[in-house]
Design a protein around this ligand. Structure first.
Ligand SMILES: NC(=O)c1ccc[n+]([C@@H]2O[C@H](COP(=O)([O-])OP(=O)(O)OC[C@H]3O[C@@H](n4cnc5c(N)ncnc54)[C@H](O)[C@@H]3O)[C@@H](O)[C@H]2O)c1
Ligand SMILES: [Zn+2]
Ligand SMILES: [Zn+2]
Length: 361
């Protein structure tokens, strides 16, 4: 029997989000219903609301979540009722070309629920990143549930489900930051600060935090930045060079995702270094630069989707590091809010007042 619960949707481009009744169908054979306990507000939710991802409105927003498995489909073996899980948007299939080549973080056919959640009138919802977790209960594929230590605060655990994992992985997996490296991170929101924390875990010796907002730079220091640069007053490339013996950084991570920040990352990088783009550009953005500069600078230009993570490998490991006091995940939670405060949380994000607002249910 389907169930009706409260969920937060973006009905049309740019319109404020609304709380509405959402019908959650019975799980299909490999589906699971998860009672959501906490879900962080990510910049990607705002990109969806603004039509920056695609036009498949209405969206059911929210995707950085943790909760408890409530009901499982007939064929589910991966989790059981009562399990504490982080939801992920990379439930690797094991069958596609990427999976078979041993690169499952590029999986083309990551699993999602077999049925759609709908509005009361039957209109199908597009769940953000195949999850949709600003809702009392959500329907996902069993592979989208990763079991972690149940002694973890859901508001903290859920953040690994997207932005924090994307940032840590951008440094550790995509950027391959190694002991003694110099690293610069442009944009110190939740994703950028997670990249800073990841760079510290990997043993970087210099970590340069770059943002336009001094509050963000102060927080970045708490995650491990050794130097800070205010991009609204200083020339970013010049400062990175000054702080790296004029070489440029070994790894520069763009956690904003705009042409100007990507160019700063490119020119602030050591010749043989790596640029990692983890911030998400919008479709209207382009890049115009001399091709010869790309040739003459060498090195690697990479994009990082979800930090090239494998949830089953990485989430439990990072939760363990958190419990050992080596990864301050709790510092990402700036405020705890209710389901009706998501729109306000977008304003707070815009104002730079938060790293993460987390909806607690
Ligand atoms: N690739 C992925 O898998 C993935 C996953 C999650 C989020 N993201 C993306 O990462 C980006 C960051 O997400 P977030 O949640 O940290 O957002 P956020 O809004 O919390 O943080 C962005 C930060 O960038 C700073 N900033 C903006 N413009 C800047 C500029 N020109 N120079 C320097 N700093 C600037 C802001 O002050 C802010 O601190 C977003 O584009 C989001 O969609 C990507
Ligand atoms: Zn696959
Ligand atoms: Zn996200």
């Amino acid at each position: 029997m389907s169930e009706t619960v409260r969920g937060v949707i973006a009905r049309s481009k740019g319109a404020p989000v609304e709380i509405v009744d959402v019908v959650v169908p019975d799980p299909g054979p490999h589906d699971v219903i998860v009672r959501v306990q906490a879900c962080g507000v990510c910049h990607t939710d705002l990109h969806y609301r603004e039509g920056g991802i695609n036009d498949e409105f209405p969206f059911l927003l929210g995707h950085e979540a943790a909760g408890v498995v409530e009901t499982v489909g007939d064929a589910v073996t991966h989790v059981a009722e009562g399990d504490f899980v982080i939801l992920n948007w990379r439930a690797v299939c094991g069958e596609c070309r990427a999976c078979k080549r041993g690169r499952p973080w590029y999986c083309f056919t990551s699993h999602n629920a077999s049925k759609k959640m709908t509005l009361a009138d039957g209109t199908e919802l597009s769940p953000a990143l195949g999850i949709g977790a600003f809702i009392d209960k959500t329907l996902v594929h069993e592979g989208q549930c990763t079991k972690v230590d149940p002694e973890t605060d859901p508001a903290v655990a859920g953040l690994l489900g997207c932005g924090v994992m994307a940032g840590i992985g951008a440094a550790m997996n995509t950027g391959n930051v190694a002991r003694g490296d110099t690293v610069a991170v442009i944009g110190c929101g939740g994703v950028g600060d997670a990249a800073i924390a990841g760079a510290r875990l990997a043993g970087a010796k210099t970590i340069i935090a770059i943002d336009r907002d001094d509050r963000k730079l102060a927080w970045a220091t708490e995650f491990g930045a050794t130097h800070t640069v205010n991009a609204s007053t200083d020339d970013v490339v010049t400062r990175i060079k000054e702080l790296t013996d004029s070489f440029g950084a070994d790894v520069v991570i763009d956690a904003v995702g705009r042409p100007e920040t990507w160019k700063q990352a490119f020119y602030g990088r050591d010749l043989a270094g790596t640029v990692v783009l983890v911030g998400v550009p919008t479709p209207d953005m382009g890049l115009d630069m001399p091709l010869v500069d790309l040739f003459s600078h060498g090195g690697a230009l990479k994009s990082s989707w979800y930090g090239d993570c494998l949830p089953e490998r990485d989430f439990p490991m990072l939760i363990d590091l958190y419990h050992q006091g080596r990864l301050p995940l709790e510092r990402f939670v700036t405020e705890r809010i209710t389901l009706d405060q998501v729109e306000r949380a977008f304003d707070a994000m815009h104002a730079g007042a938060v790293l993460r607002s987390v909806v607690v249910l």
